[in-house]
Design a protein around this ligand. Structure first.
Ligand SMILES: Cc1cc2nc3c(=O)[nH]c(=O)nc-3n(C[C@H](O)[C@H](O)[C@H](O)COP(=O)(O)OP(=O)(O)OC[C@H]3O[C@@H](n4cnc5c(N)ncnc54)[C@H](O)[C@@H]3O)c2cc1C
Length: 281
């Protein structure tokens, strides 16, 4: 096992919130590692044009820009799925394979897990019709029936995207449980419960935006969460646990926009910088 030095700051999650936080703390001269299970980008990787930045920029281009800035600022970008986070003399985050990173301060920026239907065989349908990304998989379904499961949030946006790509969209709202997925050559239909009746909805793909819970399985139980499991933070991203911050979609009250996630990450980073400066004075 690699013995690593204790960093000033560990950022868990390299989506927009995590990358923005890491860039800010490293630019202030702090030693920072940013760990992600998939590599930099988070949900930005799957976004088309984002309009909120005073310019139109595609998600992957923004990821490239942020990654370059992080590298230039001296952020160590690392791969790993964090399974536990514990506080001793410093915070230590570990993966199931035994990798670990320690730091005096941790910023949790792990966003949301993909939507779920709650079916036992759900994983078997990934890549066979189950999707969470309209612009990635939508072009495959031009002229074909698809279902968008979920309402509000980004589900409406994704449904419009699929329609623009030529798919024939059926909306499945949160009060219609999906009982099963059916098909022999990929997905052919969803079976729903609608007003007490079972209904078969033909669909070659199901785009799921329901039950997108925060990715916090690794976090200490003592970390305060709201009713839907998001981290409770103050206006500076500070949790009630010492030296632990939260930023982006994972925190309670997030507006779930890329620009807000970036601002959130920077805000938490500024509070971290101020706290660490106070400690050395
Ligand atoms: C379908 C959809 C469409 C959207 N469209 C737009 C849009 O058009 N415009 C817009 O502004 N916003 C859009 N958003 C919202 C935007 O993508 C999010 O608000 C933003 O990405 C949140 O950033 P984040 O850094 O908080 O989380 P994320 O981007 O989700 O990043 C979290 C990162 O943490 C990592 N992670 C999670 N758990 C662990 C773990 N245990 N160990 C290590 N790493 C972990 C993940 O791999 C991920 O990289 C959309 C979102 C969705 C779902």
């Amino acid at each position: 096992m690699v013995e690593r030095e204790i960093k000033d700051v560990l950022v868990i999650g390299a989506g927009p919130a995590g990358l923005a936080a890491a860039i800010e703390v490293a630019s202030a001269g702090l030693a920072c590692v940013c760990v992600d299970r998939l590599g930099p980008g988070g949900a930005l990787i799957n976004l088309g044009a984002i309009h909120e930045f005073g310019e139109d920029i595609a998600g992957p281009d923004l990821v490239a820009r942020l990654t370059d800035q992080a590298t230039a600022a001296g952020v160590e970008l690392a791969f790993g799925e964090i399974a536990t986070l514990e506080q001793g003399a410093a915070w230590t985050a570990r993966t199931d394979s035994g990798e670990s990173w320690s730091a005096h301060v941790v910023i949790v920026a792990t966003g949301l897990l993909k939507g779920r239907l709650g079916l036992a065989d759900e994983a078997d349908w990934e890549g066979r019709g189950l999707s969470h990304c309209a612009i990635c998989d939508g072009p495959l379904y031009a002229g074909q029936p698809v279902a968008v499961v979920g309402s509000g949030g980004w589900a409406d946006h994704e449904a419009a995207e699929l329609q623009a790509l030529g798919a024939i969209v059926t909306r499945v709202s949160v009060d219609q449980p999906v009982i099963s997925l059916e098909g022999t050559d990929g997905l052919e239909a969803l079976v729903l419960e609608r007003a007490g009746n079972r209904v078969r909805v033909p669909a070659r793909a199901a785009f799921v935006y329901r039950d997108e819970r925060p990715s916090l399985d690794f976090a200490p139980e003592s970390l305060a969460r709201d009713g839907s499991g998001h981290i409770v933070v103050d206006g500076n991203g500070r949790t009630a646990l010492p030296s632990l911050f939260g930023a982006g979609d994972v925190r309670a009250g997030s507006s779930r926009h890329a620009k807000a996630a970036l601002e959130d990450g920077r805000r938490a980073a500024r509070a971290v910088i101020a706290a660490l400066k106070r400690q050395v004075q």
